[in-house]
Design a protein around this ligand. Structure first.
Ligand SMILES: O=C(O)[C@H](O)[C@@H](O)[C@H](O)[C@H](O)COP(=O)(O)O
Length: 233
């Protein structure tokens, strides 16, 4: 695990973008495609600002979601909807490169459909992402894997539905740990004083919280934190 301390949010954005550039170009060079999993929350802003600066072959990107809210795509709560409105117009990415959840169905059906779409995107059951970009909530959750929730021990499903998310909206689909921890790279990006206590509990005190369970089996893990988030380290 590598912890990278930077001064502020702008530096988080630039460090994150450098990692994405390097990892995407390596993946495209070695395997012809780049599989990336995006998150919602504050990560959206970092990526919508940073990714347009990345020098890459956009046509080789396959973009999916670490988790997604089961809401209409035109809702402000839709993670894909936000990237569609705020990222696609600033890059050469096409909407067809995104693996998105089905509209107008339950979380359970959306999870099954998203699993099928990932099988098609990865040509099989092994959902090995080149890079997952992760956020951590103030309660230590990541993806839609929340403290004390039964999904923390899910090992059969690769994508799970959740209808009781403590962070609104309640209905979501999420990758589970077997997929998260098979990624080649996972990067957390955390900024601001609101994250400082939880960053300390996870990185210094090594408490067992959902974000601490992200430990790629044979991949790399990076935490990029700004001064405010790293205040108690
Ligand atoms: O849909 C979501 O809510 C996100 O995908 C979620 O996993 C996010 O990354 C964390 O909740 C952290 O969000 P913040 O950085 O905004 O606290």
């Amino acid at each position: 695990m590598t912890t990278i301390k930077v001064s502020d949010e702008q530096e988080i954005i630039s460090r994150l973008s450098s990692y994405v550039q390097k990892i995407s170009n390596d993946a495209i060079h070695n395997r012809g495609k780049f599989y990336i999993g995006l998150s919602g929350g504050s990560v959206v802003k970092y990526l919508c600002e940073g990714l347009p600066t990345v020098d890459t072959d956009w046509s080789k990107w396959v973009l999916a979601f670490c988790d997604e809210r089961v809401v209409p795509e035109d809702s402000d709560d839709s993670t894909f909807g936000t990237y569609k409105r705020q990222l696609i117009p600033k890059t050469q990415l096409k909407e067809s490169q995104f693996v998105v959840i089905k509209q107008g169905v339950s979380a359970e059906e959306a999870a099954k459909d998203y699993t099928d779409k990932l099988k098609a995107a990865f040509n099989g059951d092994d959902f090995k992402f080149d890079l997952l970009l992760l956020g951590m909530g103030p309660d230590g959750h990541t993806c839609s894997l929340f403290p004390g929730h039964p999904l923390l021990t899910e090992t059969t499903l690769k994508v799970a539905p959740i209808t009781d998310s403590p962070k609104p909206p309640p209905s979501r689909v999420t990758l589970t740990y077997p997929v998260v921890n098979s990624a080649r790279n996972c990067i957390f990006a955390c900024s601001g004083a609101g994250k400082a206590e939880m960053v300390k509990r996870i990185l210094k005190d090594k408490e067992d919280l959902p974000a601490s369970q992200v430990k790629p089996v044979s991949g790399s893990l990076y935490w990029i934190v700004d001064n405010a988030a790293a205040a108690h380290l």
